[in-house]
Design a protein around this ligand. Sequence first.
Ligand code: TRP
Ligand code: ZN
Length: 874
Amino acid sequence: MTTTARTNPPPTIRREDYRPPAFLVDEVDLHLALHPAATRVKARLDLRRNPAAEPATALELDGEALKLVSLRLDGAALPPERVRPRADGGLSIDGVPDRFVLESEVEISPEANSELSGLYLSGGNYFTQCEAEGFRRITFFPDRPDVMARYTTTIEADRAACPVLLSNGNPDGAGDLPDGRHWARWVDPHPKPSYLFAVVAGDLVAVRDSFTTRSGREVALAIWVRQGDEDACGHAMDSLKRSMAWDEETYGLEYDLDVFNIAAVSDFNMGAMENKGLNVFNTKYILARPETATDADYEGIETVVSHEYFHNWTGNRVTCRDWFQLSLKEGLTVFRDQHFTADQGSAAVKRLADVRRLRAAQFPEDAGPMAHPVRPDSYVEINNFYTATVYQKGAEVVRMMRALVGEAGFRKGMDLYIARHDNQAVTIEDFAQAMQDASGVDLTRFRRWYAQAGTPELRVRDSFDAATGRYTLTLSQSTPPTPGQPEKLPVPIPVRMGLIGADGAERPGAGVLLLEEAEQDFTFEGLEAKPVPSLLRGFSAPVKLSGLSLEQLGFLARHDTDPFVRWDSGQQYAVAEMLRLVEDFRAQRPLDLPEGLAASIAALLDRAMDDPAFTAEALTLPSEDFVSDQMPVADPEAVHAVRQFLRAAIGTRFAGRFAVLHAELADHGPYRIDGAAMGRRALRNACLSYLGQAEGGEGLRRAEAQFNTGGNMTDVLAALRVLADSDSPAREAALAGFHGRWKQHDLVLDKWFAIQAMSARADTLQQVKALVGHLDFDLRNPNRVRALIGAFAAGNPSQFHHASGEGYRFLADSVIALDAVNTQVAARMVGPLGQWKRQDARRGALMRAELARILERPGLSKGTFEKVSKSLAA
Ligand code: TRP
Ligand code: ZN
């Protein structure tokens, strides 16, 4: 670390500079002697010159925070003049033969590792995290994904402190050692990149099950957790077994080891990690009981467990050549986990939720200073590119590809991709080529989706010629400029559509239009009257659609057969009305509940029970951020005031019907987590949320009762949310009671922090600052940081953007403090400050000043530096 502000920027890594590795590693034999302050790691590497690379004179090894103890080449100590330490912590070794054995020994300190990358301690147990570049914090190694090796790992530790010793692959022996220590060996027969290496050691207990693959392989499944959490693993285990069966049925892909282990840890930088045969999970995505976890938590578990399992083929058996190809595994695997969950039941509601997430996280990213293509061209810190664009937009691109090549073509393409590239490290090009070769569909132009950043804007115009019965749809597209990409080309946009007659019935002509040019006409013959076009059914492309009238949107919200278009048209309709109210608010005109909006709520309530989950989604007003994103300049105060006004007005107008539904939908009988039960709870709590805003205080009394008697966390938390937004005297008692009951339970306490951080009350920033000083707050625990600081900055726009600028100052102070503890988490917190261009000039200047203040900090990490400097430059 330097002690002054960065004078020379950290290097930029470019995709075009890719060169194959000069040396390959065939075998890795690792020996870890675990000790909290001084772990010894011995590595024996079988290396050989890569015939496909340009000749190199030196062997390059990455390393970071390693203390070198010894280094031997083919059994002989290396003379110091042949070993050059690199500035980044790595080593260059001169004069190496074509084939040789390198043995190193290093010392590392897990207890000093607050980065949670490499080998670290959590609650006295050892865990590793190696993606993307953490393996170099364990041993010297060519730490890049195109170096694939077979690993044997021997772990040695104190038997009392660490009865459980786990690594990748299959178990291969264990035994006792002197001084109360013991060892275990693991052999992973599959070649893998270093980022998939893992070790877990400590005092954990297993919840066990088994799975028999289609070809009859018996797989021992285990989820490793702390004692006391055994009864909270059922949903994770069930999700795992369903995922294993689904991948066999859908893609013919079977699991390929004798054991599949999952270990849960409460200090974790992200959701989970797909290490071969030993997935490591944030406890948030494993542990669930009805009284501690919400329905959203249960859904998160199914998503993440399946995602990591699916990586076994898309990511592990076929991996990435370099980190620019990250979406090769992430976009494809998100697509697979979305498809899996859709197949489990409520496909339509799952699609709405995924689109809502894409619009909330990816669209702003694509319009902001960090905008990058699904396959980026450059990065400073790769950890900054585990983004909504690489994951979510990457999944949308795979989904469109499937629309173009067809379901059968897609399956053939997947088969070919895996057959061709098993045990290889490949590129996004290789994936697209396999899809093209297997399906016969030319995807040349389609590849622009991987190369071009920014969200395409799709506009529609239509006309009808009554004399000929011809209806013409004119679709046009353009993509706004993004940093480094001023000019954009048209991309192929699959537009799934239908035509609806005035009677609300579908007319002939439904299908998929492919818009390939900047503008194209599509004509339909034989219509007796002008239809209403239903476009982007199922959200067939990740674009912004405009050009439909308020009248058409209202019509589609009532009549379309496609649930996505029905929901989305309702949302767009509400946005239009909210923008009108924002104008009224600014002009200090009185606000009225628009009658069109009231009518569509009434229509929804008439059919509320047809599909409660859908009704809940459709009843929920567009978020403040989503509304602000449709304005030339955001106005967080006005948007907040309008949305709160509407919630209160709708709550008051329909209080009777909300109250009836809320009572009728109460859970009787045993708690269930199937789609139907979850849909009922979602609708019930949407009603409560409106009632909480209604005049008269009846909703608050209901919330208090539900908080006190609710039998599951979904209902309790929904009630607490209503109280936390209020000035009710019940608020303090509820928050204190909740804390008292759950203070020993990390994951529930996170909810307590988040609910206060997202409160609509005007004193929220003061509360958040006070909570940073709370005994239960811990800057070293990423879940806690996300629950308080992340929820405030990214989940409470009106308070974060408080006109005083104090929200910005608080976030900048937090980033600075975090950067000294965990640089990955710190960099990820910068995001909201980067959106300064969306705000008015005053707020924008305040935000830039805070970014500039961060940038001046001595010793700033390269990850935070990259986010802050790019945010200022754009
Ligand atoms: N590959 C992981 C996934 O998508 C995510 C991941 C990347 C990660 N880097 C990480 C997880 C660092 C934890 C820490 O599932
Ligand atoms: Zn992933």
